[in-house]
Design a protein around this ligand. Sequence first.
Ligand code: GTP
Length: 338
Amino acid sequence: MSVNREKLGALLKWYRQEIKDDLIAAIIVNRDGLIMDSISGSGDKSVEEDIVGGLSALVEPVLTRITQEFSSGSFGTGTFDTDAYRLIFCEAGPEAIFVTVLDSLAMIDPIFPLAYLTAEKISRIFDGRTVSPVIPKITSLKSDPHIERKIDTLQKIKINASEYAFKLVLGGDGGVGKTSMVHRFVEGKFATDYKETIGVSIMKKECDFEDLKTSVRFVLWDLAGQNQFKRVRKNYLGNAEAGLLVYDVTRKETYNNMKAWYEEMRVITPDIKLILIGNKIDLEDKKQVTREDGEKLAKELDISYIETSAKTGDNINDAFRTLALDLIKKFFITEEVL
Ligand code: GTP
């Protein structure tokens, strides 16, 4: 079923107009926290992607928590405060959640009915039902007992400040073992039947660091390595905080292509934390790329390097944990110092 994007866009614009200065962003996400549509408070298209991308790392762990706590699958509405923002979550039908991100000083109560009403409209748009994208004036809404009852049931969602989610992307030629690495890391399994990734597939996995009293949740975006997907990949690489650059130690050309992959990722996300991986080390007698070659390239690119086997599981966890630690250093430590 195709969603009426135009109507959705018009609705979000109405919503922004009604809330005015307090709105940082309004985001429609699916149940996995992936963004389906969004609008920023300023209306400046050039900064919109950055704002919304930055917020998705905040929205995702809250959503995961909501889904866990309301295991029936339905939570209605929720609010959540951080130092910088106030968030309102409203279910918008079975597929979508409407997230309003407000300035930390904003008053929730007058905005909530608008958020609720907009979520209802979003749900109708997703259902393909008739609906007007125009939002009526809030004063007439306050007397609506249905909405007042909803406000009573607002849930306060607390989340541990030490939980973070990062978007991680995997780059490297087709068949080097990206999907197998993700499967090994997420499920601890290795499958031998090779099916090439079509476009992108998304999974989640947490790395716990008990000694640091923190955990890092990766939202893993497994991108198709084949050239024909190059154009689509750009859309998925945006706002990634971390990336694995994977080559196959038994195929020299996949190693030779690493620089092109590095450039592709860096151009789109200059700040991305990367790690270089030589995979399939279990195939020792077929090795065409030595450990020294890997180390040399990693030094040139100024990133870490690790050799792995998705088949035996060798070093797979370590690869992800090394990256997680790099991210902890980059994000958490600077946060504490500031
Ligand atoms: P695309 O989806 O086309 O981008 O490929 P990919 O990089 O995700 O590769 P995938 O994980 O699908 O693996 C390709 C083939 O290599 C499969 O047949 C895997 O079973 C095999 N393979 C992956 N990792 C290893 C490994 O560590 N050792 C061995 N021996 N085979 C592996």
